[in-house]
Design a protein around this ligand. Structure first.
Ligand SMILES: *Cc1c(COP(=O)(O)O)cnc(C)c1O
Length: 402
């Protein structure tokens, strides 16, 4: 007879197999058991043939990885604790001292800061290129360039680049390309097939995705993914991922799995509402410019149109306005503070609309010629009724600028 405490810990009951329900189960583990020493010695952590340790995968994370591959047209996927961690792991895996990385000047800010901080300290050089000029990218590639970041559209200012041309330049020059695909989310376009219908698929080598945004859909989970279609590239990333020891929690993985079935519907709802409000903002005298890739005249609109108006397509749920330079920063702050449905907060992809004022002058090498002077404000459109959001904007505009 075992003592009660031991009997509780080593309880023999095993639930019957065959349980089936809409959502996959949540498997939580650091420790994973092996039947015998031989099984322990031969266990392989590099592929999904079994289990070795929670860090290297569980049924929950495997399922999420495979579904994300389906979403983005990838073959391999790594999960990390945030979108920024995905950018960091790719950088660590692909770059060493003496190498150079190229980053679009309108890239996600913390990714630029990573290059200026840790990467620089590790002897890795970086240069920022003009996201609207593939020739500028081509001209900056040297024999030391080992990684080119792409982002479509750029963070905050939403210029849409000629992704196909840039992916082609990277292929021709033999440099690995990594796309931040958070905005497209695997829905607006296929990152690994940027020229659908052509004989040979041309796409990026690596796609990173802040699952924090649309896959989560709740504004309550941080997670990122790193996707590839090349086993050796995947293994290089996976080795870094393993050595650095980044893993995601099972409950967080489950939250993303719960968001995925509705991602197409949510993406389309965010998209439709955003186009209505962005167009309406274009008619407002307070704004010098409205930035949204689906709007005619927005920087890179033709590239968006060429890539994102296919079978599914789309334009996500964010847009940015530049408030006329005649208005003061204080008035812009008052506008943001007066909004009631739009909450002040970072990130996007959740049900609640968000607003963030940005200081563009501190974010770019120089004020881009294609952008009007003024104060930049970015909106993330949630899932509220468009009419209510428009009334909220109208009211705040009247209070702040009226
Ligand atoms: C939010 C975001 C990230 C970072 O994701 P986190 O999970 O917040 O770290 C990276 N790239 C883009 C384009 C993003 O919008």
């Amino acid at each position: 007879m075992l003592e009660p405490s031991t009997a509780l810990i080593h309880h023999p009951y095993v639930a019957p197999a065959g349980f089936a329900a809409p959502q996959p189960g949540v498997f939580k583990a650091s420790t994973v058991f092996f039947d015998n020493v031989a099984a322990m010695r031969s266990a392989e952590w590099k592929d999904k043939t079994g289990y070795t340790y929670g860090l290297h995968g569980t049924p929950t994370t495997y399922q999420l990885e495979e579904r994300l591959c389906a979403l983005e047209g990838a073959l391999q996927c790594l999960l990390v604790p945030s979108g920024l961690a995905a950018i960091a792991i790719v950088s660590m895996a692909m770059l060493k001292a003496g190498d150079q990385v190229l980053i679009p000047d309108n890239a996600y800010g913390p990714g630029k800061v990573l290059a200026q901080g840790e990467l620089k300290a590790w002897g890795i050089d970086h240069a920022f290129y003009d996201p609207l000029d593939p020739q500028d990218l081509a001209a900056r590639i040297t024999e030391r360039t080992r990684l080119v970041w792409l982002e479509a559209p750029g963070s905050v200012t939403l210029e849409f680049p000629d992704l196909l041309a840039m992916a082609r330049i990277c292929k021709e020059r033999g440099v690995v390309s990594a796309l931040d695909n958070t905005w497209g989310a695997g829905i607006a376009f296929r990152p690994f097939d940027l020229s659908p219908g052509s004989a040979q698929a041309l796409g990026v080598d690596i796609s990173v995705h802040a699952l924090t945004k649309y896959p989560s859909g709740g504004g309550d989970v941080l997670m990122g993914s790193i996707m590839t279609r090349d086993p050796s590239l995947h293994m290089r990333l996976k080795l870094t991922h393993m050595r650095v020891g980044v893993a995601v929690g099972a409950n967080d993985a489950e939250a993303i799995l719960r968001g995925l079935p509705s991602i197409f519907l949510r993406y389309q709802a965010h998209d439709q509402a955003t186009r209505v409000l962005a167009s309406w903002c274009q008619s407002r005298p307070e704004f010098a410019q409205v930035l949204h890739p689906a709007l005619e005249g927005s920087p890179g609109h033709a590239h968006w149109k060429a890539l994102c108006t296919g079978a599914v397509g789309g334009a996500a749920g964010i847009f940015t306005v530049i408030v006329r330079s005649g208005f003061s920063q204080l008035q812009v702050d008052r506008f943001c503070d007066t909004l009631r449905l739009f909450r002040l907060g970072y990130s996007w992809g959740g049900p609640i609309s968000l607003v963030v004022p940005y200081e563009l002058a501190t974010m770019r090498r120089a004020w881009p010629a294609h952008l009007s002077r003024g104060t930049v404000v970015r909106f993330s459109i949630g899932l509220e009724a468009v009419a209510d959001l428009q009334l909220d904007l109208e009211h705040a505009l009247a209070v702040a600028f009226g």
